[in-house]
Design a protein around this ligand. Structure first.
Ligand code: SAH
Length: 377
């Protein structure tokens, strides 16, 4: 519940407490955890009056989330890295659980969840039997909720070689430092599959490639040329190791460069058939969303210019503030700025292991468009 929706608080609740939410007529609405002084002071966990936010509820939520993934066919022989519990989307706000083969990664986003951390970790150990649990809670979120984040291995012993897992039959290994700091982006798995299908015989530019899952998809899909661009050298080094591990050495060129520089250069050299732009999260708050819009428009026009005539631009946004309609608008404006016509062919969102409860549309944070770029006629 947003702060504006809360009229007053009775009974002297303190940070992290279980609180009942009641409507103006006194009707009981649900039970949540209290985060005083934040934009969302209460997050709801149950609408069942006898249910309290205890070990039983935690077990039940994690179990349901695991079953939901099983229905999706996760894990499978090809993919053993996926999101097991997606916060609100799995009726457990403030907690994200990812599974990378035998390693579980948790992210805690509220003081209420932090206070129940031990119970949660115990339950994860019991139900999922991981080799280790790594905490990758964001410092920024922890600060805003006034708790000290744990970072690193919190249960068990980490694999010394880092995070090893499989996505769509690609074998990944991410060294511990990078794995614990940044991890991996599980939400784009489905779009990667689509890029693989589209890449045969085409030249593909993967901008903001991180450790290169789009580039790998393009290479395995038969691309005639693949270039991966990132401003992080370590990301590109890991990317090259991953390519080698998957017998794709030599199929990917690496460009340690700023995205806009790389796009400009690509445009000067005739362009690529497919250009993928998957920038980092831009707008953590609504107030920053105008800046994000401007950035997206600039990126769209740079992206359009890097596409060879008749080629394809894949533009992604992983901020709820820039959803599909804002993304489409940025693309329209960005295209106009450089005198081309972007034509949206497909729309994509976060994969199915990142479900969104219909009543919580902010949960739909990842959007992407695949657009054909043509000259004005
Ligand atoms: N496409 C990736 C995820 C991208 S995350 C995937 O599918 O997994 C965003 C990436 O953008 C990070 O690796 C970060 O290092 C890189 N980055 C951030 N700013 C950049 C810039 N100005 N130019 C190039 N890369 C940048």
């Amino acid at each position: 519940m947003y702060a504006q929706a809360v009229d007053h608080i009775e009974g002297g609740a303190t940070a992290g407490d279980e609180v009942d939410v009641v409507d103006p007529r006194g009707q009981w609405l649900g039970r949540g955890l209290y985060s005083p002084g934040t934009a969302i002071p209460v997050r709801l966990y149950t609408r069942s009056k006898p249910q309290s936010i205890n070990q039983t509820l935690i077990e039940q939520r994690i179990n349901s989330a695991v079953k939901r993934r099983q229905v999706l066919g996760l894990p499978s022989l090809r993919t053993n890295a996926f999101r097991i519990l997606n916060g609100e989307g799995d009726d457990f706000p403030g907690l994200v659980i990812d599974k990378y083969a035998d390693t579980v990664v948790v992210q805690i986003a509220t003081i209420g969840v932090k206070q129940r951390e031990r119970m949660i970790l115990d339950t994860i150990e019991q139900l999922l039997r991981p080799r280790c649990i790594v905490d990758r809670t964001s410092k920024r979120l922890a600060q805003s909720e006034k708790f000290e984040p744990n970072q690193g291995v919190v249960r068990g012993i980490a694999e010394p070689e880092g995070l090893t897992f499989r996505e769509r039959a690609f074998e990944f290994n991410i060294p511990l430092e990078l794995g614990q700091k940044t991890g991996y982006y599980l939400d784009q798995r489905t779009l990667r599959g689509r890029i693989e299908q589209m890449s045969n015989g085409r030249q593909v530019l993967d901008v903001f490639s991180y450790i290169g899952p789009f580039a790998l998809a393009a290479a395995r899909g038969g691309a005639s040329r693949v270039t991966a661009v990132d401003s992080s050298l370590i990301a590109l080094e890991v990317s090259a190791q991953v390519a080698a591990r998957n017998d794709l050495s030599g199929k990917i060129e690496y460009d340690h460069n700023d995205a806009f520089e790389a796009l400009k250069r690509a445009g000067r050299n005739g362009g690529y058939d497919i250009v993928i732009c998957d920038p980092p999260k831009l707008a953590p708050s609504r107030s920053a969303s105008e800046r994000a819009q401007t950035f997206m428009r600039r990126l769209a026009s740079a992206g359009c210019q890097a596409v060879a005539p008749g080629g394809t631009l894949v533009l992604c946004s992983c901020s709820a503030a820039i959803g599909l309609s804002e993304l489409t608008r940025a693309l329209a404006l960005g295209g106009r700025d450089v005198n081309v016509v972007p034509r949206v062919i497909e729309r994509w969102y976060q994969g199915p292991d990142h479900p969104v409860v219909a009543a919580f549309r902010e949960g739909l944070y990842l959007s992407a468009v695949i657009a054909e770029i043509s000259n004005v006629n």
